[in-house]
Structures are given as C-alpha cells and as structure tokens.
Design a binder for this molecule. Structure first.
Ligand SMILES: *Cc1c(COP(=O)(O)O)cnc(C)c1O
Length: 404
C-alpha cells in the first residue's frame, strides 16, 4: 500500500476485510488450531519455526497470529519497510534484534551512542546477552567499528531523538559510517509520522509501541520494522524465545495507528508553544526541544524529521529538590513515567527512567538533577501552560531565596 501517510494509517493492514466481510479487525484468541491435514500442518510448522510465514495451518499461536500480523502489516506500511515484527514490549523487541544480529553475523560487539532510554543502556551495559558494548560519539561510530574490526560488530544502536535529552542524530551519516554493519534506530520519540529511518538506510526501526503507537497508556508492546530477511530472523527469535504480543494488545495498537497522525500533529502544536514559553520562564534553565534554537537541530528538522515532535526536556533552576517540588504542584499534568499518551505526563529522569544509568554517564550526557521530561498530550495548551507556570511560580520564591 503506498498512499499518503494519513490514508495508510487508517487503511493499512485492513486489505482482507472486504473478503472477510468485516469492518473492524477480528480478534483471534486461539492458542491452537485444529489440524485437518497432518502433513500440511507439519510442513507449515517447520517453516514458521524457522521464522517463515505459514504455508497452511497456523498450528499454535506462538508461531503465528492473524490479529498481530495485521498490526505488523500496518506498521510496516507506515515505515515503508517490507515487514514488521511485534513483541511483548520495547525491551523484548530490542533483545530480539540483538540476538538476531549476534546469531546471523556471528559477532558479539555492539557500537552504540548515548544517551538512550535507561533500560536500553542497562541492557547493553550488562552482560545479560553476552554482548560487549562500545559507546561512541555519533561522529566516531566508523572509527569505533574499525577499531573492533567490522566483522566482529553485530549491530550499531542509536536513538533519535534521544531519551531524555532530545538530541538528534543524523541517521544517514551513521548508516554511511556503519558500512555492512546493520543500524538499529530506536524511533520511539519520532513515530512513523515524523521520521522513517529505513528510508535513510537503517536496517531496524524499533518502537516501544507502549508509547505513541498505542497512544492511550493501556498497552505494553514493541515492534521492529525491517526488511524481509531480517524479519525472518526476528520471527525465528520470537518463536524460540516467546516474547509474543497478545492479540488483544495488537488489536488496540492497530486501532491506535488510525489516529496516530492527528494525535502527533495536535500534541506537537502544543509542544511547540510550551517549549517556547518554558524557554522564557525565569525558573527554567536549558530547554531541549528540537529546533527551538537556530542551529541546534543540525538541519534535521524538515529533512530527517518532519517536525520537532511532542517531547520536551527542561531544567528547573535549583536542581533536584526544586524539580520534584514542581512535580508535586501539578494538577492537570500527571507525574508518571512513560510517554506518548493522550494526556500529558512528566517525570524526573535521574530518579526514574534513567535511575539505572551510572551518575558519571548521566553527567556526561547532560542529564542533570534538575531535568524534567515532558510528554505533551492533547489537552488545551492554555490549561497545560497554566498548570506548568503556576507550579513553577509556586516554587520560584523558594528558588530566589536560596540564591539570595
Ligand atoms: C519506553 C522505551 C523503551 C522500552 O520500551 P518498553 O515498551 O517499556 O519495553 C525503549 N526505547 C525508548 C525510547 C522508550 O521510550
């Protein structure tokens, strides 16, 4: 399917509805499928167990589920990839990519750029998968690969915009430096509406679908958009390790895709205004929002990314105590981790999402004690500003006293 993105969001993964005679996707909750022809079921099972598509009977729900497959087709359409493979969480999706790349390339090194999501940092830094990570600056990825030797590098991992600092990385330049090493882009903050890394040469486009794709804060899921060969490898890992997406979750995600373009554009308009106003507020230090200040977006807004998105990070003057006090004064905005929901969420990365990352890494990445990460939702922007500014103003007098 190749229509404009709003059309695809509403129609992708729904091609067989006319034949089925339905308007909403059927939810198939079967865990097993009755066998009519033993030989046919047996060869279908073997194909699926190796990551292929069913040739006949679906046999068992760990091998294939049609409700999940429809969501995957929808997401692949939006990312302009051959296929997509869905998992039970974003972390399960990242784990599957690491295992697949390790297996197929017979290499156990990863080159990655900080900052990234705290648990991704933790997974790469830990020895859980028996893989070694080399952290590099985005411009030094090629040099890092050469030093390790390209054959021994399984994967390059980047996140853009980065969590939580909203740094942008030029995906095309990373792909150029990586040569034959596949590049994974965690595109959770951008969504397929604002950025399509596969079009720029990325091999894996990863989303924590828990966030904007789901959109309502009621599904934990992950998905990877990729080419047909790698999709086969990922399904192989999924069948063998079992980190499946449940069909009810897939149904909700597929439904969420239909409103993704309008949700993102509306939240982005709110975010633009809030970023500008936060930048003017005396209780606020540095505001990170792609393109807020000229030159800071490396020319990537309007090219790599269609717009700056719905996430803002800002520093409260007065450090951790002041930042936590601001959170405690909010009425409309919810103090909670996660992001990409219809309602606005805010959290303190040093205490929560990046708690597992060592202090010196946080310092080096500019994740300071006063930093708050805001996921802007669909409320009226004036109500959001009233909430934020009055919380900041209530904390302000204390701040001024302290500095006097
Ligand atoms: C939340 C998040 C993840 C992890 O996804 P889960 O669905 O929570 O497992 C990975 N990357 C980014 C950028 C995230 O925000």
């Amino acid at each position: 399917m190749s229509y404009k993105i709003d059309t695809m969001a509403v129609h992708a993964g729904r091609g067989e509805f006319a034949r089925l005679g339905v308007h909403a996707p059927p939810i198939d909750l079967s865990t097993t499928y009755p066998v009519a022809d033993a030989a046919e079921a047996s060869s279908s099972l073997l194909e699926m167990a190796q990551g292929g598509q069913p040739s006949g009977n679906w046999v068992y729900a760990r091998l294939y589920n049609p409700t999940v497959a429809r969501f995957e087709e929808g997401l692949a359409n939006l990312e302009s990839t051959d296929e997509a493979v869905a998992f039970s969480s974003g972390m399960a999706a990242l784990t599957a990519c690491l295992l697949a790349a390790r297996g197929r390339r017979n290499a156990d090194h990863v080159v990655a750029v900080r900052p990234i999501y705290g648990t991704s940092d933790h997974l790469l830094s830990s020895d859980l998968l028996g893989m070694k990570v080399t952290w590099a600056a985005a411009d030094a990825i090629g040099a890092a690969i050469d030093e390790i030797t390209p054959d021994r590098v399984a994967l390059v991992v980047i996140e853009t915009p980065s969590n939580p600092t909203l740094d942008l990385i030029d995906i095309r330049r990373v792909v150029d430096q990586a040569g034959d090493v596949p590049v994974l882009v965690d595109s959770t903050f951008a969504t397929p509406i604002l950025q399509n890394p596969a079009k720029l040469g990325a091999t894996f486009v990863l989303h924590s679908a828990t966030k904007f794709l789901g959109g309502y804060g009621d599904v934990i899921a992950g998905v990877v958009a990729t080419n047909a060969d790698w999709a086969r490898e990922l399904r192989h890992v999924r069948v063998a390790t079992g980190a499946l997406l449940h069909p009810l979750a897939a149904y909700l995600l597929h439904r969420g895709l239909t409103t993704l373009p309008v949700r993102i554009r509306a939240a982005q308009e709110n975010a633009k205004l809030l970023a500008e106003r936060l930048d003017q507020h005396p209780a606020v230090g540095h505001v990170s929002y792609p393109g807020l200040r000229e030159g800071e977006d490396k020319g990537l807004i309007g090219t790599q990314m269609e717009g700056p998105g719905c996430m803002i990070a800002f520093e409260v003057q007065g450090g951790q105590d002041a930042a936590i006090q601001v959170l405690n004064h909010l009425q409309v905005i919810t103090h909670a981790v996660s992001l990409g929901s219809v309602d606005t969420l805010i959290q303190h990365p040093v205490s929560l999402t990046h708690k597992v990352v060592p202090k010196e890494v946080l310092d080096a990445c500019g994740i300071s004690e006063g930093l708050l990460r805001l996921s802007v939702g669909l409320e009226d922007v004036e109500d959001l500003w009233e909430d934020l500014s009055s919380a900041l103003n209530q904390v302000m007098p204390a701040l001024l006293q302290k500095s006097a």
